[in-house]
Design a protein around this ligand. Structure first.
Ligand code: GDP
Ligand code: IMO
Ligand code: MG
Length: 438
């Protein structure tokens, strides 16, 4: 069974959604395995733009089954809005399955996220998306206050909410929410029972569904969310999200053993962006960063926040590529970098007078590193209508080749604009890119 993964290798928003949409028609199943509505994936085809948060980006392809696997945390109100939005845009959503094992985001998670995010760690706020993601994962790991989607269909659901609300009201006051309105259990029960009813037809034991599909030889595309530098264990902790967003998270979140995965496509931008707090060694908090933001329209899909922008960081991406087991790279936003007069790639850091190429573990060390750059003259060419890589200026090809060399993984896709059509596949067709030739 061919299993292929699409994983962001930076701090999210690498255009994973665009790549998943391109590959989806080649797969039987597209599986989202982590995160929640903190993610925002934009897919553009012709005049239509789709914004997805929880639903896999394979949904545009009616032939592919889209699975939301156990590792996801689900806000049911948000997914219902998303489903309604897609239906209004003329898409079918009958091909969506949601695991009964996903943990449910409740209003107390969002209230906790607001209170906790206001607090500083190491002098800075995490700058979460305020979607209740961290608190929901905390409750999942803590177990006592957790509710899974399947639990919402059981007789003791209302009683569980009542007892959790009682505890959570005390916790919210304890963490500094003295003036917050107390949560009303009965209102939450009524609201969430309505959601449960509306979602019923989608809910399934997706773990057995996918394991059976594997036995039957079906192909699965695993859709990452966030980016590997936001991984809870391996990213720029504590300025990370609350799940394993690098390649190491695929099996845990989906329930499909690693031995079924034979290709990992790491998605990268030709520069770097980050939303929220935390160290960002190559950040350009200056005119260069501003130019990248405007040319790349770097504003968050989920929160609308301006993204912090900077140069491509080969130290960081080599690390996340190795960590994620990337076997191919998809290099996005080449049209954006092509409008910059002089471009830089960070090839190493200097820390305490020493040149290092391993990505440091500590956020304070990462704040102190000085990037060592290679500088290239820009190529000032509009690539947005280019469909043939041979037509790229030599300087642009050199830039692509240098990134591949520094990361140690071949570039198999180059993207020159948001539209599905603005994608140049360097392998022998999309089937080879999808990893389905072997
Ligand atoms: P994701 O979260 O990784 O799926 O990425 P987002 O959708 O949040 O952010 C990527 C943004 O870049 C979206 O608005 C895409 O439509 C857009 N995009 C994707 N590829 C390209 C590209 O090659 N060039 C430009 N200019 N925009 C792109
Ligand atoms: P996609 O899938 C970019 C960031 C937040 C914050 C940190 C923790 O679109 O690439 P959280 O709400 O998860 O507790 O916030 O992680 N973050 C993202 N940044 N793209 C995302 O998703 C993100 N999901 C979370 O900005 O810094
Ligand atoms: Mg995004």
């Amino acid at each position: 069974m061919p299993g292929t993964c699409v994983i962001g290798l930076q701090w999210g928003d690498e255009a994973k959604g665009k790549l998943v949409d391109l590959l989806a028609p080649n797969f039987d199943i597209v599986c989202r395995f982590l995160g929640g509505s903190n993610a925002g994936h934009t897919v553009v085809t012709g005049d239509t733009t789709y914004k997805l948060h929880l639903i896999p980006s394979g949904i545009l392809n009616a032939e592919t089954t889209n699975v939301i696997a156990p590792g996801v945390v689900l806000n049911p109100g948000t997914i219902i809005d998303e489903l309604n939005g897609l239906t209004a845009q003329g898409l079918t959503t009958d091909n969506l399955l949601i695991s009964e094992r996903v943990h449910v985001v409740f209003p107390w998670h969002i209230a906790e996220d607001k209170l906790l995010n206001a607090k500083k760690i190491k002098g800075e706020s995490i700058g979460t998306t305020l979607r209740g993601i961290g608190p929901c994962y905390c409750d999942k790991v803590g177990r006592s206050f957790a509710i899974r989607l399947g639990d919402m269909y059981r007789d003791d659901f209302a009683d569980r909410v009542r007892s959790i609300v009682e505890a959570k009201n005390a916790i919210l006051i304890g963490i500094g929410g003295d003036d917050s309105e107390p949560l009303e259990a009965e209102a939450i029960i009524a609201e969430y029972s309505g959601y449960a009813e509306a979602l019923k037809s989608y809910v399934r034991d997706t773990t057995h569904f996918m394991l059976d599909a594997v036995d039957d030889g079906c192909s699965i595309l695993f859709e990452g969310a966030q980016g590997a530098l936001l991984d809870i264990d391996h990213g720029t902790f504590p300025f990370v999200t609350s799940s394993n967003s690098s390649g190491v998270g695929v099996s845990g979140g989906s329930g499909i053993p690693a031995r079924h995965i034979n290709k990992v496509i790491g998605v990268i931008k030709a520069y770097s962006t980050r939303v929220g707090g935390g160290p960002f060694p190559t950040e350009q908090d200056n005119e260069d960063g501003q130019r990248l933001r405007e040319l790349g329209n770097e504003y968050g899909t989920t929160t609308g926040r301006p993204r912090r922008c900077g140069w491509f960081d080969a130290v960081a991406v080599r690390y996340t590529s190795r960590l994620s087991g990337a076997t191919a790279l998809s290099l996005m936003m080449m049209d954006v970098i092509s409008q910059i007069p002089e471009v830089k790639i960070c090839v190493a850091y200097e820390l305490d007078g020493e040149r290092i190429t391993n990505f440091p573990c500590d956020a304070d060390d990462l704040r102190r590193v000085k990037p060592i750059y290679e500088t290239y003259a820009g190529w000032d060419t509009d690539l947005t209508n280019t469909t043939n890589y041979d037509e790229f200026p030599q300087a642009a090809k050199d830039y692509v080749a240098r990134i591949a060399e520094l990361v140690g993984v071949p570039v198999e896709v180059v993207s020159v604009g948001p539209d599905r059509a603005q994608t140049i596949v360097l392998t022998d067709g999309v089937t080879a890119l999808a990893g389905l030739n072997s």
